[in-house]
Design a protein around this ligand. Structure first.
Ligand code: 5GP
Length: 202
């Protein structure tokens, strides 16, 4: 389980998209949200866009691995696709906030979690990225800027912290983390058997 968190506008979605496009071994956990779709967002691909009643039902019936309220909208990680991917030994990427990361870490599958926090190079840069995205109203941009400080205050809860001042370099660093974490002894399936055969000269 690879978690990417950052304040809005620090480049997290771009990093996630580029990583998914170039690494066939990892797939995205598509969250459910009560937020309205932005222009260009596709239901079932970017998010599962659901209404409040549906979200309530999913909470009540235990369909979320974690869920949280962010900017007065609710977001949650559907449990089933994640459990299925993990059972099949596939890697899964989560674009979620610090609240979701804490919950995932405490969940049953949390032992196999690697978390990365992306920092913007400066708050001015963050604001100009939010504005150039032109997806949100002025009121929402102000809200997102005030929430950025709150999100950033959780940086020390993450395994890795990257400053995204060069997207190409940042992607390279994320890939390096993924490669190293995949090579951890406990994550390499069948290694004990391989070494036994190696020593037996088979
Ligand atoms: P946005 O509305 O910009 O797509 O996302 C707002 C924030 O919600 C981002 O920080 C994003 O990472 C977070 N988020 C998206 N999906 C989930 C989720 O399933 N759970 C949690 N806890 N946060 C999420």
């Amino acid at each position: 389980m690879l978690v990417l968190s950052s304040p809005s506008g620090a480049g997290k979605s771009t990093m996630a998209k580029r990583l998914l496009a170039t690494d066939p071994q990892i797939s995205l956990s598509v969250s459910a949200t009560t937020r309205k779709a932005r222009v260009g967002e596709i239901d079932g691909q970017d998010y599962h866009f659901v209404d409040q009643d549906r979200f309530d039902h999913m909470v009540k019936t235990g369909q979320f691995l974690e869920w949280a309220t962010v900017f007065s909208n609710r977001y949650g990680t559907p449990r089933e696709p994640v459990e299925q991917a993990l059972a099949e030994g596939r890697d899964i990427l989560f674009d979620i906030d610090w609240q979701g990361t804490q919950q995932l870490r405490q969940s049953q599958s949390g032992g196999d979690l690697v978390s990365i926090f992306l920092l913007p190079p400066s708050l001015d840069e963050l604001e100009s990225r939010l504005r150039s995205r032109a997806a949100d109203s002025e009121e929402i941009i102000t809200q997102r800027m005030s929430r950025a400080a709150d999100e950033i205050s959780h940086w020390a809860e993450y395994d890795y912290v990257l400053v995204n001042d060069d997207p190409g370099q940042c992607l390279h660093e994320i890939r390096s983390i993924l490669t190293s974490e995949r090579l951890r002894r406990e994550r390499q399936k069948g290694l004990a058997g391989f070494v036994r055969e190696l020593l037996a000269g088979e």
